[in-house]
Design a binder for this molecule. Structure first.
Ligand code: DGL
Length: 265
């Protein structure tokens, strides 16, 4: 494998700010890699579009990231992984493409016969990929899958400490308050509001796909001999289809803030 490839960046994308929760896990796992993050905030939310629209948008972003010299791609979006993951791998067989999926397996294994609430976008819940996960794990616990219309779009706006956000969460899942044993955050936007979700549902274990995706990326880079051997920090660059300095500043704030933060973000 040539040096230029090994030293290439890892392209990470999402419909907007959500994938930054995955990016944080990627940087923790692989601090010596450099990352290009692309948020498609101009077209968010993906979860309320058609599958074809999300496939087309994802295709365009992957083309841009490859043009920028990325050696691997992380689809840091459950919705885009469901709508486009398999197709993108067919179209780019020589590039490692890693997706995310709702962490139903670890939640079911940890919960055993209990009640598991899955929060995800309407598209993620509807598509076959999630149905396959349900076929595999859905009989081992009582799984309640709730399409959370509007939640990713609201998180895109920031202002995570405002009351209307908690009210929205309450209207979506408040009926499960103190009735579930664990919660799967099946959209990469949601880890940023885990405290607000806890305020509605109570203190139960939460599961998201960030850490698993980071480990999978490491495995694939090793397998493809693409792991960067450098020992200094690689760094992160942010790009957005809403190409304003305010939007990029918002991305930086999400990245630095840490998942789960509230206050007056
Ligand atoms: N962050 C995305 C996900 O994991 C998509 C949210 C959206 O744009 O609807 O599903």
């Amino acid at each position: 494998m040539g040096d230029s490839q090994v030293c290439g960046s890892i392209g990470v994308f999402d419909s907007g700010v959500g994938g930054i929760s995955v990016l944080q896990a990627l940087v923790r796992e692989l601090p010596c890699e450099s990352f290009l993050y692309y948020g498609d905030s101009a077209h968010a939310p993906y979860g309320e579009k058609t599958t074809e629209e999300v496939l087309e948008l994802s295709r365009g972003i992957v083309a841009k990231l490859l043009e920028a010299g990325c050696k691997a791609i992380v689809i840091a979006c459950n919705t885009a992984t469901s709508a486009a993951g398999e197709q993108l791998r067919l179209e780019h067989p020589n590039i490692p493409i890693i997706g995310v999926e709702p962490a139903l397996k670890p939640a079911v294994l940890a919960t055993r016969d209990g009640d598991v609430l899955v929060m995800a976008t309407p598209m993620t819940v509807r598509l076959e990929k999630f149905q396959r996960l349900m076929d595999e794990w859905g009989s081992k616990a009582r799984v309640h899958a709730v399409p959370c219309e509007g939640l990713a779009a609201r998180i895109e706006q920031g202002r995570l400490g405002d009351a209307d956000l908690t009210e929205l969460i309450d209207s979506l899942v408040g009926r499960y308050a103190n009735r579930v044993d664990s919660v799967v955050l099946g959209c990469t936007h949601y880890p940023f509001v885990v405290n607000q979700i806890k305020a509605v549902l109570g203190e139960v274990p939460f599961f998201d796909g960030g850490e698993g995706t980071a480990r999978q990326l490491r495995r694939r880079l090793v397998e493809c001999e693409l792991l960067n051997p450098n020992e200094h920090e690689g760094g992160v660059q942010f790009f957005s289809s809403k190409a304003t300095s305010a939007e990029l500043a918002l991305y930086e704030r999400f990245f630095n803030y840490g998942a789960g933060g509230v206050s007056n973000f």
